[in-house]
Write a new protein. Structure first.
Ligand SMILES: NC(=O)c1ccc[n+]([C@@H]2O[C@H](COP(=O)([O-])OP(=O)(O)OC[C@H]3O[C@@H](n4cnc5c(N)ncnc54)[C@H](OP(=O)(O)O)[C@@H]3O)[C@@H](O)[C@H]2O)c1
Length: 220
């Protein structure tokens, strides 16, 4: 499969490496242009680099991994018809306040999906630290396999994301649609904690919408 990635930072690079190891073709992009990404051609053998529009056109699937507050810059017309994997998290201190999120009225992925009306958005890869992607990946025969949460409105896109997770070393737990994806946003019990499938299901079930765990009980 061809996978475009918008955002060539810590998590974009880490997921790129896992996808390449699984046999996929990957193109990374950022806002400053491919001329700023030449080092990655050496650091991540096999990766391609391009503009945001190149990566969007390249990918059957497009991962978005940028600072959350930049999502309004995503090119909706280029992402129409694509499965978009949304790895982004809202950090008010970094991103600035988003009142609808602060009032728990919407989710980060719902906002992104509203900006990308033609895309099939899947919330995935947001609840694992980049360093843990390599450390925790296991073949699907392993007994101690970590599970990651997935949410989407489109059943086919969700199935594809679950298949991709399996290929890169993780089980998946279906956390519902994008309106329910708050269950694994920042400061929830399922956020960035290594859990197997059963423990992740329990963590998602115990999440309370208006309750944010104290910093320190989750990692970022
Ligand atoms: N780090 C983690 O372990 C981790 C894990 C899960 C999820 N996340 C989430 O994933 C997102 C990215 O995190 P990160 O740690 O990878 O951040 P990062 O290291 O700062 O990388 C951000 C990347 O996005 C690019 N970018 C910034 N604005 C952009 C725009 N408007 N269009 C396209 N590309 C843009 C940046 O390059 P330019 O500035 O050159 O464009 C950079 O390549 C965040 O929402 C974060 O919460 C992070």
């Amino acid at each position: 499969m061809r996978i475009g990635i918008i955002g060539a930072g810590i998590i974009g690079q880490a997921v790129a490496q896992r996808f390449i190891a699984a046999g996929h073709e990957v193109m990374l992009s950022n806002s400053r242009g491919p001329q700023t990404l030449n080092d990655l051609l050496v650091q991540i053998p096999g990766v391609q680099v391009g503009t945001i529009e190149d990566a969007a056109a390249f990918g059957d699937v497009v991962l978005v991994a940028i600072p959350f507050n930049r999502y309004p810059t995503l090119p909706a017309e280029w992402l129409a018809g694509k499965t978009v994997l949304d790895a982004n998290n809202y950090y008010p201190d970094r991103d600035g306040p988003v009142p609808a999120l602060d009032r728990f009225e919407t989710t980060t992925s719902r906002l992104i999906a509203e900006h990308l009306p033609g895309a099939r958005v899947v919330k995935v890869f947001n609840a694992i630290l980049a360093d843990d992607l390599d450390r925790d990946a296991r073949p699907n025969t392993a007994h101690d396999r970590r599970a990651l949460p997935v949410a989407a409105d489109d059943a086919g896109a969700k199935t594809l994301a679950i298949q991709l997770l399996d290929e890169v070393g993780f089980d998946a737990v279906d956390a519902g649609n994008l309106d329910e994806s708050w269950r694994f946003e920042r400061a929830k019990p399922a956020y960035c904690i290594p859990l197997n499938k059963e423990a992740l299901k329990a963590a998602l079930a115990t999440a309370e919408r208006h309750v944010e765990l104290a910093h320190g009980s989750w990692r970022h």
